[in-house]
Every structure is written in C-alpha cells, then in structure tokens.
Ligand binder design. Sequence first.
Ligand code: FE2
Length: 290
Amino acid sequence: MVINNSLSSEKIINNNLSEEDLKKFREQGFIGPFKFMEADEVASLTKELKKITARAFFWKRLVAKIARIFKIQDHQIPSFVWGKAKWGKGLHATIPLMYKVSNDPVILDKISSILGDNVLQWSTQILSKTSDVDYPWHGDVEHIEWEGITVWLALSNVSDQTPMDIVTRTHALPNYTYPQELNRNEGIDLNDDQAVLEAAQKLDPECELLSMKLKPGEFFIFAGRLWHVPRIYSSLERTVMISQYSPPSEKIQIPTTFEPPITWKSSLPPCVLAKGKDDYGHNLVVEPPE
Ligand SMILES: [Fe+2]
C-alpha cells in the first residue's frame, strides 16, 4: 500500500530537519521545540479535539468510570469498548482530525527526516491531566521492545509550569538501559531527579537533565527510548497530543502490563502508513479515517 500525504499541500515550504538538527537528534535524543500553529488558534483546536474524542468514546468513558469504582486498571478494560481504535493510543486510526493534525507536513516531514521514506504511525492520544508531579522517570514500555519516535504537541494550559523533563543521550545507552530496570536492579529512586541523572551519567558522563518548556502550539520530537517524565506544577488542566511513529520493520503491539515481564495482547493495534510503503506485512495497517 502506498499513500501520498497531501493533507496540507499549500504548505510547500521545506519542513524537513536540517543536517545539523538531525545530528543533534541522533546524539541528544530530541529536537525542537518547533512551531506547529499560532497560540491563538490552539484553544479552538483543543476544544474540537476534546469534543470529538469525548463523543467518539462515550461508552469507553462510561466503562472507565465503572472500572475505577471497582479498581480495575485501564489496560484491563476489554479493547472492544475502544472500537476500531482498539486502545487509548489508537485515535489516529479513528478520528480524522487527530489523523490530520498528526500527519501535517510540518510534523511528518521531520519524522520522515529521521525514520526515512517509510513511516508507520501507531499511536495518537490526547492527554488532559491536572497533576503529574509524582510521576516517575521512565522509558516507555513499548520502546523496550521496538524503536520509534514520539511527538509531543503542546495544546492548552502548557507553560513553564508543565515541562517534559528528559535526560539527554539516554536513548543510546549501552544495551538500552532504562530507568525501571535501574530501579529494580539497583534500587534507584525514580522520583529523585539527581539520583536518576547520576545513574545515567555513570553509563554516559555527557548525559544532561533538561526541562522542555513549550508554549501552546509548539511541539518537540524525542527518541522513544529517551528517559523522560512529564511534570505539572500547575492546578490547571494541561492538554497535550502525543503521537508515535516507527519504521514498518518494527512489530507494534499493545502492552497489557507496564512492569516487566511485559506481556502483550494477542490482537494487534491499528497502524496507519503515514508515508511510503510497508514491505513487511506484520502489522495491522489500516486506512486513514475519513
Ligand atoms: Fe512516557
């Protein structure tokens, strides 16, 4: 299957990463922030995305409320309540506006600069949260299994009070050592910034802790394996859109646990071929939503 992305054909400027940006991404594990849209356009986009998502997943939200009462974990909710999305990260495959935003050339051309001509999009979700202060440092469990990159698009109530903290260069540590592993094996406290940074620097002395502070309408790109933690020091509800992309050679699955040993659902998540072709055929590739 070959798809030519032409969602915003009027944007004919070059959105690719420069050689210098690409070098920085490969070494540091992140690049950006970049401007996606004007700050005054963000509020209406966020409102629309939230409204569509709430409407599309009415039953999911009802089931989730009941599950919370019975202390059932979100990932234990059967995937059929998500419909074609199959899981909370599958919104690119069901909501046209979500697909359109996450495949805009301003974003996709940069993704393609990193991943090459063939790009599989396997996740997009909207996250609205009021507090992440106690969230631990982590590497996303999916990327223990496969490589990819993540786009973090700042929507509403995003400020210096809602940074994404990262430790640079950790995407390329030997044998991909990740924070949860260091917690298990060495008792590193994953809520202690200094301890996490020191653990990383033991493996690569050039690692640095950075706070990515974005403005509404900006995005940055990070390697899926980079150590990270979202912070919210504000009482306002912060909304971001997170999308993930990999080469079609990677086999994409849905985790059922978030602590090793990671287990995976037998049914595959919906992926969209954002660019190029899939020569592998081992993922569930679906048509973009209409
Ligand atoms: Fe994460």
